[in-house]
Design a protein around this ligand. Structure first.
Ligand code: GUN
Length: 288
């Protein structure tokens, strides 16, 4: 038996079309054009690709995109001063500083400087705390994408055994909170978890967010389970170009799982789609 491959690209296109329709309505009925500022410090090639993709998607949805590319030597003070200007700019409803930032900049200082109402990454403790407390919040985009894919497949997630492998603030912890809010029984596993294979094998819904290529093997998966692979890892190839793979050994997993997200083309495209959703939410909240 072979698992159903979940088409994240199609799911993301549907979300982006809905966002574009909502943006058109907001701008014609209320003169409100949502604006997203994306800040990139340094010249990491992968980050530059992501930032370009975010800008293009923002414009394609009919929103305003403000891109700020700063040199790697930019001081923390200069970055914080830019964030203060973006916080004060009424045309900017969402602010995203692409991570990682260069080593001389403290990422927490950056996150804390962003107005929580414009924090479309959902990383400010005001937003993560509100999410954990069950209050309305801006929620990180990749977890929203994971949840969207899982719900499109299952409808209700109530009572499912969900295992999240990874405990980052960007993915593991928020995805666990979202699954808990959907009444799944949630386990957060990580590098110190004892017998990770056995823990994973209990999962009806397995979310892999560890950043280790192919770490989750076929025999770690319960037959028929849904597997959401958040990993995007570039591994070397003979032609020197490299290839993107997930945290799950796809060829093994596809023979065991009931449904699985591919890499690329699974969770990745939904992340940008939900960045647009968050920007529209922030713009509507700002307009009252
Ligand atoms: N780097 C990789 N993923 C992300 C993300 O979702 N947000 C930000 N700000 N940086 C990232």
């Amino acid at each position: 038996m072979s698992a159903r491959t979940i088409d994240g690209k199609a799911a993301a296109e549907a979300v982006r079309a809905a966002v574009a329709a909502e943006v058109a309505r907001l701008s014609s009925a209320h003169g409100l054009v949502p604006g997203l500022a994306v800040v990139l410090v340094g010249d990491d090639p992968a980050s530059a690709v992501y930032v370009r993709g975010k800008g293009k998607a923002t414009i394609a949805a009919g929103m305003r995109s403000f891109e700020h590319r700063l040199p790697a030597e930019t001081t923390q003070d200069a970055l914080l001063a830019l964030i203060a200007r973006l916080n004060a700019d009424p045309a900017v409803h969402g602010i995203l500083v692409q991570l990682p930032v260069p080593k001389h900049i403290d990422p927490l200082a950056v996150i804390l400087a962003i107005d929580p109402a414009k924090d479309v990454d959902g990383l400010h403790p005001m937003n993560s705390g509100r999410l954990a407390s069950g209050l309305p919040a801006l929620v990180p985009c990749t977890p929203l994408g994971c949840l969207h894919l899982a719900k499109s497949l299952h409808g209700s997630l109530a009572g499912l055994d969900a295992v999240v492998v990874g405990r980052s603030n960007l993915v593991g912890k928020p995805v666990a909170q979202l699954l808990l809010a959907e009444n799944a029984t949630v386990t957060i596993a990580h590098s110190r978890t004892r017998d990770l294979r056995a823990v994973c094998r209990r999962a009806d819904l397995l979310v892999a967010a560890v950043g280790k290529p192919g770490m989750i093997r076929g025999d770690w998966i319960k037959p028929g389970a849904t597997v959401i692979d958040v990993g995007i890892n570039r591994v070397p190839t003979a032609d020197g170009k490299g290839r993107l793979v997930g945290d799950v050994a796809f060829d093994e997993a596809v023979a065991v799982a009931g449904a699985i997200t591919p890499v690329p083309g699974g969770v990745g495209p939904t992340t940008i789609a939900f960045l647009l959703v968050n920007t529209v939410r922030a713009a509507c909240a700002a307009a009252g």
